[in-house]
Write a protein that binds this ligand. Structure first.
Ligand SMILES: *[C@@H]1O[C@H](CO)[C@@H](O)[C@H](O)[C@H]1NC(C)=O
Length: 418
């Protein structure tokens, strides 16, 4: 009896345990079905970012389809994770991160003499929406995403003829005149010269009509911006320039700005160590300075990069606040002055073009025409920037270099003759 009772109690106990196990298994299955990602589904991006492999447990009673679905869920979570990481990197948490993005991965430094910093900045993503009409025109005119651009109004019509004739002569087709008045538009059209005029909605017309050379100079930095935003490199050119070779064959394209110089020899063009003398200081009377003659803002090649556009914006901004400043002086200050208290300098890469190839009129009239060896070398361009009698000197340059008239330059004084 006792034994039978014990057996009965045991079997009741066992059936209770069996029932409990069955209920437990059922509960697990129900919960696994209702919450396949567990109770604490990671929802915020931060949790996703931290959890490289989401912790999803599969129950014992998963069907194969369910397992597949869970695997797909994991894959999509990982994808979201990678996407978020990428987006965060693109947004850039700080300047350092931006730098890393520009420079690529961090590197160990190589052996002595093998280290070279980056100087060629990446180009911007073209944005056609800033000026669809200009974008269409540039698609036709530009070659290799680059072109010569010059601003012109009626006052420079005679020089403009020499300018575009010389460009056509050297076989360059990728050039564009930004006309500042309707007469120039007509003049260019009759001479088969690519021309672009801004719409009447633009504010430039009053500046253009004034004929003020300095106002036009400030304007060109403003107009240039759109060309760069559209993704084009621009060889900005004044009109008082004669082209003797294709300039695009003589650029380096390694810098944000490649400019001709107002310098006249190796030192002044490319930079030198000059000293300032203060005798009262005795032993330390000489203080060394770093000097370079100004870059000529009438002829420079500018690549569509962030530093380039920042340069244009800085120049435009300063000229709009102080209109009597000389645009070339502002252009140089923005390019060269380093960061200092209260001022953040521009970080643009720059290159001085060869002053014999991209020749200013001081080099030509003071040096080259008197030197038998230099006389025989043909420059890429001659810019009559140092002399007010521009038209006759431009004509003389054509006579000398194009028509071979050996004495064409002789009649002119070295300077302006006053
Ligand atoms: C100027 O520099 C060039 C190249 O760097 C060199 O060949 C030439 O001799 C230099 N001229 C003078 C006058 O030092």
């Amino acid at each position: 009896m006792t034994g039978g009772r014990r057996d009965k109690v045991q079997s009741i106990r066992e059936s209770w345990i069996a029932t409990a196990i069955v209920i437990g298994v059922l509960l697990v299955c129900v919960f696994t079905f209702m919450f396949p990602h567990g109770f604490f589904t990671p929802k915020s991006p931060i949790q996703i970012r931290r959890t490289d492999t989401p912790n999803v447990q599969t129950g014992t009673c998963e069907s194969p389809e369910h397992v597949n679905k869970l695997e797909a869920d994991i894959a999509s979570l990982l994808e979201t994770n990678a996407g978020l990481k990428k987006r965060l990197a693109e947004q850039g948490q700080d300047n350092t991160q931006k730098q890393v993005m520009v420079l690529g991965d961090q590197h160990k430094v190589g052996p002595f003499g093998t280290v070279k910093a980056l100087r060629t900045n990446p180009t911007v993503v073209p944005d056609e929406s800033v000026n669809p009409r200009l974008a269409k025109m540039l698609e036709k005119v530009a070659v290799g995403k680059e072109l010569i651009v010059a601003l012109a109004n009626t006052y420079v019509k005679d020089m403009l003829e020499i300018w575009f004739t010389s460009i056509k002569r050297v076989g360059v087709t990728n050039y564009l005149v930004v006309a500042l008045d309707d007469q120039i538009v007509e003049y260019c059209k009759t001479n088969d010269v690519p021309v672009y005029k801004r719409g009447p909605e633009e504010v430039i017309d009053s500046v253009a009509r004034s004929g003020d050379a300095h106002a036009v100079s400030g304007l060109k930095f403003h107009i240039l911006r759109e060309f760069l935003q559209l993704g084009y490199s621009v060889l900005l050119s004044d009109i008082d320039i004669v082209y003797l070779q294709n300039p695009f064959d003589h650029l380096h394209r390694d810098s944000d700005v490649e400019s001709m110089t107002d310098g006249h020899d190796n030192m002044t063009a490319y930079g030198f160590n000059d000293y300032f003398d203060e005798p009262i200081m005795g032993w330390s009377r000489y203080v060394h300075t770093t000097r370079i003659w100004a870059y000529n803002s009438g002829f420079f090649y500018i690549r569509p990069t962030i530093p380039s556009i920042e340069l244009l914006d800085r120049v435009v901004d300063r000229l709009s606040k102080q209109p009597n400043l000389w645009d070339q002086a502002v252009f140089n200050e923005e390019l060269f002055f380093p960061s200092h208290p209260g001022y953040e300098g521009l970080h643009a890469a720059k290159r001085t073009l060869d002053f014999y190839q991209f020749m200013n009129s001081k080099v030509l009239f003071k040096t080259v025409r008197k030197d038998d060896k230099l006389k025989k070398m043909k420059p890429v361009i001659v810019h009559v920037n140092y002399h007010p009698d521009k038209l006759p000197r431009m004509k003389a340059v054509v006579e000398f270099y194009v028509n071979g008239k050996q004495n064409a330059l002789d009649a002119f004084p070295d300077g302006s003759g006053w």
